[in-house]
Design a protein around this ligand. Structure first.
Ligand code: HEC
Ligand code: HEC
Length: 500
């Protein structure tokens, strides 16, 4: 079929089921593998996103995740929107009324409220509107081995970050992580601060207790923090939320990006895209530490959803151009290796002020691919907790050779100068990451490697929304690690990432 014919089929299909952009649609049938899990589809500018639930999207007697559990009108669904792959996009924020609870100034505005009565007002929320960022306020631990030397105040806040008016707390602007596919978690939150018990998940959903404990604590913190509500510890809502979250799986089902010329049914011609395969085949096989890059047996080729579309597949020549592009992109993700230099937490270099000789591969360059960090097969987060600093948190990200990497859009973020009194060294970051929990100098700037499913519908990317699209993410990496991707290869990698 030609692309325009395929486009017509897609529009007819979308029209026939009466899906309106954003609103979830639940087909009145079993999901494609014939079991009784419920499927919901949403449509966005990238095609159709599928979410499947093993308990029929049961939100419990309290309606947990979607209930108003606080005092400011927010629910979990205010920031974790199904149609935006369970985070929210700037586009979504722009579609809301100026006084929507999303813009509540406790964390939905650029600056802290200047009076207790200040309500939501989108005119004061450029970080939410432009980058999909929430203002997380954290203080440097009293026992920290570093000190705050100075902060910038790019939004001209009356109460600036780090000032006494906020008890010295820093403003950390972060994207909501998707509240789906959580069964695959190895660390909770960008900085791991809700991993109170080390996650121990084993194959076939065994040893889930620590994960459930951490998510229960997270649900309570979100209720008392984001929603400014009373504690839900031990209340039915807490259980309802965690049950809902841990039965939910999300992935792109159909890719339809007119401008990029991409159209593909992601379960056609032998491919395993979409949420059903993720739930039925990938999830039961997952265990903490699967395909660990620091252990024998590691394979960089950890995505095979589109093996039937890769150039090595016998049917490759007869496939649609979009399918071929996605297949080539998966092969690039799996097989292209490059030099990974100076990533604190993994292999910091002695020249880096954040050098840590205790890093697993301290001082050594690694020849590896995307899967060194995105190693969880067909999911892409790190399968054990591995907080690392790839440069996204730095005020000036740098490449392997030390040259500046200026691909990311970070001018909107406050810059923090942190000093190590023991050595006199200082670094500048937009987010100290894990160091805000541990207080350790060498933890500065460390974040987790997030999951790579359901990407297309939830731009912008990275914890600080600094990459406006997947092409920008790939461009960042191409320069950061001097990968040497051609424009065609970069496009193919983007096609693959969009299909996840
Ligand atoms: C005001 C927006 C907002 C609301 C409301 C909100 N969240 Fe979040 N959520 C975030 C942000 C921002 C992060 C990432 C913060 C960080 O890592 O520091 C996050 C992270 C998470 C994570 C971590 C996922 C991961 O991969 O580590 C989970 C789970 C989660 N939220 C669940 C919930 C639940 C449950 C509720 C309702 C009780 C809720 N959220 C309400 C913004 C919100
Ligand atoms: C050295 C480790 C490392 C390597 C190699 C690496 N990544 Fe990442 N990746 C990370 C970390 C850590 C983050 C989160 C950084 C942040 O936002 O603070 C991330 C984030 C991402 C995101 C954004 C996800 C989101 O939810 O915003 C994408 C997409 C991504 N990586 C794709 C890739 C691709 C494609 C490659 C190979 C070209 C690659 N990564 C190589 C560690 C790595």
């Amino acid at each position: 079929m030609t692309r325009s014919a395929l486009t017509k089929v897609a529009l007819v299909l979308i029209g026939a089921v009466g899906v309106t952009a954003g609103a979830p649609f639940q087909p009145a049938r079993a999901d494609s593998d014939g079991d009784s899990d419920a499927t919901q589809l949403t449509v966005d500018g990238s095609g159709v996103l599928g979410s499947v639930s093993t308990n029929g999207f049961d939100t419990g007697t309290t309606n947990g995740f979607f209930a108003n559990l606080g005092t400011n009108g927010r629910t979990c669904g205010t920031c974790h929107v199904e149609a935006d792959a369970w985070t929210f996009t700037p586009q979504h924020a722009k579609s809301l009324a100026p006084n929507d609870p999303l813009f509540t100034p406790n964390d939905g505005s650029d600056c802290p409220p200047i009076s207790p009565s200040q309500g939501p007002n989108s005119a004061l929320s450029s970080e939410v509107l432009q980058y999909g960022l929430i203002r997380i306020e954290l203080g440097i631990p009293a026992t920290a081995s570093f000190a705050l030397a100075s902060t910038s105040n790019p939004k001209g806040c009356a109460i600036p970050p780090g000032s006494p008016g906020v008890g010295g707390q820093l403003f950390l602007f972060r994207r909501p992580l998707p509240s789906t596919n959580l069964i695959f978690e190895s660390a909770i939150m960008w900085d791991g601060r809700e991993t109170l018990e080390r996650v121990t998940t084993q194959a076939n959903f065994q040893s889930l207790a620590p994960l459930l404990f951490d998510l229960a604590d997270q649900a309570n913190s979100a209720t008392t923090g984001h929603a400014q509500g009373a504690s839900i510890v031990g209340a039915p809502a807490q259980t309802d939320i965690v049950t809902f979250e841990t039965n939910l799986y999300t992935a792109q089902s159909l890719l339809f990006q007119l401008r990029q010329g991409l159209f593909a049914f992601l379960t056609a011609d032998g491919a395993h895209g979409g949420p059903d395969y993720l739930e039925d085949t990938v999830a039961p096989a997952f265990f903490i530490g699967i395909n660990d890059p620091l252990k024998p047996g590691f394979s960089n080729a950890n995505f095979d959803l589109f093996a039937a579309w890769e150039p090595t597949s016998p049917q490759y020549k007869s496939l649609q151009p979009s399918e071929q592009a996605i297949g080539r992109g998966e092969a690039i993700f799996d097989n292209t290796t490059f030099v990974i230099h100076d990533v604190p937490g993994l292999n910091s270099a002695p020249s880096n002020p954040l050098y840590n000789p205790a890093d697993p591969l301290a001082g050594q360059d690694i020849q590896g691919g995307c899967a060194i960090c995105h190693n969880n097969p067909n999911v892409g987060n790190h399968s054990t907790s591995l907080p690392i600093n790839i440069g996204v948190t730095m005020a000036q990200p740098t490449n392997n050779d030390g040259s500046p990497n200026n691909v990311l859009d970070i001018a909107n973020l406050p810059v923090y100068t942190l000093q190590n009194p023991a050595t006199g060294a200082s670094v500048q970051v937009t987010d100290p990451g894990k160091a805000m929990l541990s207080g350790k100098w060498t933890d500065i700037g460390k974040t987790k490697g997030p999951m790579l499913r359901g990407l297309a519908g939830r731009a912008p990317y990275f914890h600080n929304g600094s990459a406006k699209d997947l092409a920008t993410v790939v461009n960042f990496y191409n320069q950061r690690f001097a990968i040497g991707l051609t424009p065609q290869q970069a496009n193919d990698l983007v096609a693959f990432l969009s299909a996840l």
